[in-house]
Design a protein. Structure first.
Length: 336
């Protein structure tokens, strides 16, 4: 780290993890809304897709003037390539924000044990103070082997100090007991479960040292190319005014687009298109004929809310198998 960043010590740091569509971003937005007004908080967010939407979503609701600083690492698990993408982004974020608290949101398909290894390693041992690790889960998914048999899901449960059972307003009677039984089998010693809805967790839930420790002999090391790809989230636009990106891994695929701000989208056509998407996950920010909106699609519903600003329109879709018709349908939503 550079000299200025080295001066910072023992920054309270929380990993907030969870599988696709469980409400991590909503939970972090709730935490930021309720953070102490005199504190500076930094958020390092990782996305499976190459485009990156969460950064725009966070920045559209919180500003540096409010003591909130955001840095994004798109393109898959941020701990790959010996942790270099993560370390570069984290060092820049710490230097810029000088935060009182750091929140780290790995992608729902990332490898949280290896993220924990990077954060607890020698490089950050004095700079960061690792506190409670929160894993959000949707208890309704425990009957789906795509989740329970997925290595990432199992890691997320294993490292959690607090398992946050989110979306309780949608549970059936069997869901809570099923989660408690699963938790008893796979959770680490000393962790606990809390039940909530709409990602409503308190900043006090972040406090206290984590009980999770990393051990190289137990960690699952995945291997990716160490060559650094150019960030499509930052490339300049061509004459077409848009950039498309594709990613795949961990049994899922993603496709995303960035659009120059000269492309304004027809609000109604866009809403109808987004509402018809069949996917595990979709996030987007769009400049439309009625204003700037953020969209969030899970298996439950499509949600929409207005943003104060965004620099450009972005969308990321994650599913098991991509629909080749998506691009044509999206392009038809551009206002003439």
């Amino acid at each position: 780290m550079n000299t200025e960043a080295k001066k910072m010590t023992a920054i309270p740091t929380n990993i907030i993890t969870g599988f696709l569509g469980v409400g991590k971003t909503t939970a972090i937005l709730h935490l930021l809304k309720n953070k102490p007004a005199d504190q500076r908080w930094a958020v390092l967010v990782n996305e499976f897709g190459e485009i990156g939407v969460d950064g725009s979503l966070f920045e559209g609701q919180h500003s540096n003037e409010e003591g909130v600083f955001i840095r994004e690492v798109p393109g898959g698990c941020m701990c790959c390539a010996a942790g270099l993408p993560m370390q570069v982004a984290l060092n820049e974020l710490l230097t810029r924000a000088k935060p009182d608290r750091l929140l780290i949101e790995p992608t729902g398909l990332g490898h949280p044990e290896e993220v924990l290894q990077v954060l607890s390693g020698e490089h950050y041992r004095e700079v960061l103070s690792l506190q409670k690790i929160l894993t959000l889960v949707d208890a309704r998914k425990l009957s789906d082997p795509r989740y329970t048999e997925h290595d990432t899901f199992q890691q997320q449960i294993a490292i959690a100090d607090i398992v946050v059972a989110n979306k309780t307003d949608l549970y059936q009677d069997i869901d809570k007991p099923m989660l408690e039984e699963y938790f008893a089998l796979y959770a680490t010693h000393g962790s606990r479960v809390i039940f909530t809805r709409n990602g409503q967790i308190s900043p006090t839930d972040l406090e206290g040292d984590t009980a999770s420790v990393t051990a190289d002999k137990h960690a699952h090391h995945h291997h990716h190319a160490t060559e650094q790809k150019p960030l499509l989230s930052e490339q300049p636009f061509s004459e077409s005014g848009y950039i498309k990106a594709h990613n795949q891994g961990e049994g899922f695929e993603s496709v995303g687009w960035r659009f120059s701000p000269r492309h304004v989208f027809d609000y109604k056509k866009l809403f109808d298109f987004l509402n018809g998407i069949k996917a595990e996950r979709m996030k987007a920010v769009f400049i439309t004929s009625k204003g700037i909106f953020a969209y969030n699609l899970t298996a439950d519903a499509l949600s929409e809310f207005m943003l104060d600003e965004c620099m450009e329109s972005r969308i990321e879709i994650i599913c098991e198998s991509l629909n080749d018709m998506l691009e044509g349908q999206l392009m038809q939503c551009i206002a003439s």
